[in-house]
Design a protein around this ligand. Structure first.
Ligand code: SF4
Ligand code: SF4
Length: 314
């Protein structure tokens, strides 16, 4: 279920829950980057590639493909939250799980883990500082993504400030679904905004993401006035947002703005599907067909013909 962020309530998280830090990323902004994945997102996109990012809490993830079916995790669990089926497959009763982490520590094969790590600002800065040489050489920096970085605004803001003090550039990758005052405060501090635009019709946006897009479009207009460079991220999902009406509405909207430098078309892939199983959340997501290259090219060409700079990936 999507969380109501329009009320202005966001997760207070001074330490911060991070579910991954990816080094040497080349698709999350210019140059070579380190991408910090914040856990927790107020949207619930049916095609999500990182379904483990949505819950604002830690959660148990099983990875059957790594599992030796030894049963060590089951024996380590004091709460009878794990069991083995006859064939040895480990199954979880999540209602009993206290997130104690004993199973993760017991597993020799990293086949069961708790997604989400409490990290202090200093922990994160120390981790990203390791890549500093690559930022300097490539014009890269750090990208805050998720999940939704604006869902943990105190940490995101403190991190942007700290990285800037260290001379590191920061890109903010956001759905834009955040209270305007929070969103604009952090956007003003960021060097680049990667902004998701998924579906223009409000009813379809609600259907596929769980929330209205009114706030998102309002925030994008307000962001445009700040003059910060914006790269639009368009997750391209056939059957959801490939209709001519939607593409036209996106182009019409973006052509009214002054700060949009590029639209990145991000073709749907099935990378998130296996994770739905690992989290026992298959029923919350849908499986779509990835677009053909011809379809991707036709969308890119359409945006280019309308006068936008369009690129696949990015
Ligand atoms: S301890 Fe690890 S490898 Fe052994 S059954 Fe549990 S998850 Fe599988
Ligand atoms: S995190 Fe703790 S309670 Fe949950 S399954 Fe693992 S050992 Fe059991």
């Amino acid at each position: 279920m999507a969380l109501n962020i329009e009320s202005g309530k966001t997760r207070a998280c001074p330490a911060g829950l991070i579910f991954d830090i990816k080094h040497y990323a080349v698709h999350d902004g210019p140059g070579i980057r380190t991408t910090v994945f914040f856990k927790g997102c107020p949207l619930h996109c049916h095609w999500c590639h990182n379904p483990e990012s949505i819950s604002p809490d830690r959660e148990l993830m099983l990875m059957p493909n790594r599992c030796a079916r030894c049963g060590d995790c089951v024996r380590a669990c004091q709460y009878q939250a794990l069991a083995q089926k006859e064939d040895g497959e480990v199954v979880a009763d999540r209602s009993r799980c206290t997130l104690c982490g004993d199973c993760e520590r017991a597993c020799q094969r990293e086949a069961i883990s708790l997604v989400g790590r409490e990290m202090s600002l200093e922990d994160i800065v120390a981790e990203v500082e390791k890549d500093r040489i690559f930022y300097d050489q490539s014009g890269g920096g750090v990208t805050l993504t998720g999940g939704e970085p604006l869902f943990q605004p105190e940490l995101a803001e403190a991190l942007i400030d700290r990285l800037h003090q260290a001379g590191i550039k920061v890109a903010l990758d956001t759905s834009g679904y955040a209270p305007a005052e929070v969103f604009l405060r952090l956007a003003r501090k960021s060097d680049l905004i990667l902004y998701d635009l998924k579906v223009m019709a409000e009813s379809q946006h609600k259907k596929y993401t769980g929330v209205s897009n009114r706030l998102i479009l309002r925030n994008l207009k307000a962001l445009d006035k700040l003059g910060r460079p914006i790269w639009i991220r368009f997750p391209f999902i056939p059957g959801v947002n490939d209709g001519q009406e939607n593409l036209k509405a996106i182009a019409d909207f973006l052509l009214e703005l002054k700060s949009v430098k590029m639209i990145n078309v991000l073709p749907y892939h099935k990378g998130g599907v296996e994770k739905f199983h690992r989290l026992d959340r298959d029923d919350e997501f849908e499986i779509f067909e990835p677009p053909s290259q011809a379809l991707i090219d036709s969308v890119l060409n359409y945006f280019k013909e309308r006068g936008l700079v369009a690129k696949q990936g990015g």
